[in-house]
Design a binder for this molecule. Structure first.
Ligand code: TXA
Ligand code: MG
Length: 329
């Protein structure tokens, strides 16, 4: 990908961001999925600060972001042909590959595992930052552990105040949901986290040689902690047919209710009712912004209309399930 031409203000911001990274600092930056909280991936102390600030448990590995597909071989070894094919087809883009790590990858990044997550983002600012920095940037989503991922710079500011050294502001993220993660370190590629690049697109490239769903017993499955992606008020997923009845029942108890639905509100409802987009792409783009806006707004309950059971909605459905309360609590 050629270096993008950026407006002067952005040029200055990129130069500053690179300087911060080179001095061991932390920079939040936009990607096409969500904002990342970045540090020099080769600087173990800087990477340790990510864990500290995010309050992320140690051993929960980070994705290393790269500026170009050609850098893959510096960070991974024994790269199978399937991974090369995925990288050629989908990078730069919203795909993370899990591969056996090369010797230069610090334990701080991988949590001591023998694999590393790698991704070449396509957002022009992320791309420019990575190209100028010239090395890998380790970055989880720029939210505190267990909270909603940031799809706008103001979500990062609201979450961290001035604790970060710099926030590169690129406005709203195009996709709004985290990357698809495919584990290519085993005998068969396996989707660990659904995202914008769906199983169908992956299968079109790999044939039906694709494992689906995270392995339940794997120790560090992405988002396997219960509270992942959760707002502070309890969130329940409700089928379209039961939604109005459930809303009325909560309102009858005097509770303050927020509803995210693809249907219009019934005229008599006292709930805060937000109409969500009808397509999966637009819904994904808006979801975290909607949840951030509801977070801390004092609602007793958030009711979300369950998404359609279609492949195109898999990533949205996955994030909503993780945000939702488990049955009984
Ligand atoms: O879209 C994204 O992927 C964003 C942007 C910033 O790139 N990043 C992101 O990072 O979502 P994070 O850390 O919030 O989620 C990455 C997930 C984690 O749940 C982590 O467990 C998993 O990827 N992961 C990273 N390295 C791994 C590895 N070596 N093996 C298994 N899972 C890994
Ligand atoms: Mg995250």
């Amino acid at each position: 990908m050629p270096e993008p031409h950026l407006p002067d203000r952005m040029e200055k911001d990129i130069v500053h961001a690179v300087d911060v990274l080179q001095h061991g600092g932390l920079v939040a930056f936009p990607t096409e999925t969500v904002y990342g909280l970045g540090a020099n991936a080769l600087d173990s102390l800087a990477v340790a600060r990510i864990f500290e600030i995010k309050q992320r448990p140690p051993g929960h590995p980070l994705i290393v972001h790269l500026g170009d597909v050609a850098e893959l071989s510096q960070w991974a070894r024994d790269i199978p042909d399937t991974a090369k094919a995925l990288a050629d087809k989908f990078w730069p883009g919203p795909l993370t590959l899990i591969l056996p790590r090369s010797e230069q990858v610090p334990d701080a990044v991988t949590g001591g595992q023998d694999t590393v997550g790698l991704r070449v983002p396509r957002h022009p600012l992320a791309h420019a930052l990575l190209q100028r920095f010239g090395s890998g940037i380790a970055a989880p989503s720029a939210n505190r552990f267990g909270r909603i991922s940031p799809s706008r710079a103001e979500h990062v500011r609201a979450g961290f105040g001035d604790e970060l050294d710099f926030i590169l502001d690129g406005g709203a993220c195009e996709l709004g949901l985290e990357s698809t993660i495919v584990d290519c370190s085993g005998p068969q590629p396996r989707v660990l986290r659904p995202g914008n690049i769906g199983a169908e697109a992956l299968e079109a490239l790999l044939g039906n040689n694709l494992g689906r769903g995270a392995i339940a017993e794997a120790p560090r499955v992405p988002g396997s902690h219960d509270s992942h992606y959760a707002p502070s008020a309890p969130l329940y997923l409700v089928s379209s047919s039961e939604l109005v009845m459930r809303v009325q029942a909560h309102c009858a108890h005097g509770e303050r209710i927020a509803v995210l639905s693809r249907q219009a509100a019934p005229t008599e409802s006292s709930a805060h009712w937000e109409i969500m987009p009808a397509t999966a792409a637009a819904y994904g783009h808006h979801l975290y912004a909607s949840l951030h806006a509801l977070d801390g707004a004092g609602y007793d309950v958030i009711l979300v209309e369950a998404p359609p059971p279609l492949d195109a909605w898999e990533a949205v459905a996955d994030r909503l399930r993780r945000a939702a309360c488990q049955a009984g609590g």
